[in-house]
Ligand binder design. Structure first.
Ligand code: GAR
Length: 213
């Protein structure tokens, strides 16, 4: 956290609609999240989330991977831009790119992601349909620390929803998304208040005990 303020300085990375970004903006405005968002980066110039950021007066950057030869060059350029904001945390909010080990190492213990499943179940994409196809009775969302492995870091917070008779991927997605919008600001606020601490890839409570969700 920067010495001048007790608010977390966040940089948010998006690729699409940005409803999770909106939930963070709204939580900050409501005084429920002690943070400020200094910049939003998108790899997709069409992402509606960019409009949400602009409306909230947040600086936006488009970093298209098409402008770079390979993943490591793209990630290095993206990281170089992000460090200028000196963020306490990078918040992946529907950022649909896998980040290289070099990128993750540069921001170790400081990258969070929200994933629409109860990790470690259903890593990757198409999680809602896969949960239905697997006959799950429960599905949900997970806020986790980003490590080098995809959707694999330790969990900060999870929310569960029922899978209902007749659910489609779309109806289940809506139910999960509502929970995402609740737990992402909540998890970040737990870091802002010191209720959760991240140290060397381990999530601890304020007594120093490792937590698992
Ligand atoms: C969210 O459901 C988020 O959990 C998911 O993308 C959606 C983005 O929605 N992220 C992933 O699948 C990452 N593996 P949003 O742009 O409206 O926040």
């Amino acid at each position: 956290m920067s010495a001048a303020s007790d608010r977390l300085n966040l940089v948010v990375l998006i690729s699409g609609g940005g409803t999770n970004l909106q939930s963070l903006i709204d939580a900050i405005d409501a005084g429920e999240l002690s943070a400020s968002i200094s910049a939003v980066f998108s790899n997709n110039s069409e992402a509606f989330g960019l409009q949400r950021a602009e409306k909230a007066g947040i600086t936006t950057h488009i970093a298209s991977h098409r402008d770079y030869e390979n993943r490591s060059e793209y990630d290095a350029a993206l990281a170089d831009q992000i460090v200028k904001y000196q963020p306490d945390f990078l918040i992946l909010a529907g950022f649909m790119r896998i980040l290289s080990a070099g990128f993750v190492a540069r921001f170790s213990d400081r990258i969070l992601n929200i994933h629409p499943a109860l990790l470690p179940k259903f890593k990757g994409t198409n999680t809602h349909q896969r949960a239905i196809d697997a006959g799950e009775v429960e599905h949900g969302a997970t806020v986790h620390l980003v490590t080098e492995a995809l959707d694999d870091g330790p969990n900060l917070l999870q929310a569960r929803v029922p899978v209902l008779e007749g659910d489609t991927a779309a109806s289940l997605q809506q139910r999960v998304l509502k929970e995402e919008h609740r737990i992402y600001p909540q998890a970040i606020q737990m870091l802002a208040t010191g209720k959760l601490i991240i140290q060397d890839g381990v999530i601890k409570d304020n007594n120093g005990f490792s937590v698992t969700n």
